[in-house]
Design a binder for this molecule. Structure first.
Ligand SMILES: [Fe+2]
Length: 156
């Protein structure tokens, strides 16, 4: 991580939420189903994912789509966001007392980890080749502002 005097680039900014998602996923898998704690962690993960996905799409994938060589990775990343959203929506319908709840949580967390790993190991390095250094910094500012605004709207 950069020091206090060094601004983050877009990849470092995105990683902040990736860490939060991993922490929340781990807590969700550890929590006893159908408890207040489990429900709280699920709601927090759902909110974190929603704000991160939207801000990442607006401030990372959409600008990347200007580049022919980044179309496939952008489509793939956004399609996975949609898949995760559907898994979250499905979980909201499942009885937390049912065995299906834990099974669906495991699948969601596995999907999240797959997505984050693919972004970090494959998409970020590819994006790093098409974005300029200046864009990497300005997109980080855009992303952080967007993410913060979305989180505030969720609290309202
Ligand atoms: Fe993503």
């Amino acid at each position: 991580m950069p020091g206090m005097d060094q601004p983050m680039n877009i990849f470092q900014a995105l990683l902040v939420s990736h860490r939060t998602q991993r922490e929340l996923s781990a807590r969700l898998l550890e929590a006893k189903p159908a408890t207040d704690e489990c429900q709280r962690v699920f709601e927090e993960l759902k909110a974190e994912l929603a704000a991160h996905e939207t801000a990442e799409e607006r401030c990372f994938y959409v600008p990347l789509m200007q580049h022919d060589e980044a179309m496939d990775l952008s489509r793939h990343g956004i399609a996975e966001h949609h898949e995760m959203d559907e898994m979250v929506e499905h979980l909201e319908e499942v009885d937390p007392h049912a065995a299906e709840w834990q099974e669906c949580c495991r699948k969601l967390c596995a999907k999240i980890e797959h997505h984050l790993t693919e972004e970090e190991q494959k998409f970020f390095p590819q994006a790093g080749e098409v974005l300029t250094e200046e864009q990497k910094l300005s997109l980080a500012r855009d992303y952080e502002a967007e993410f913060t605004t979305l989180r505030i709207k969720q609290e309202a």
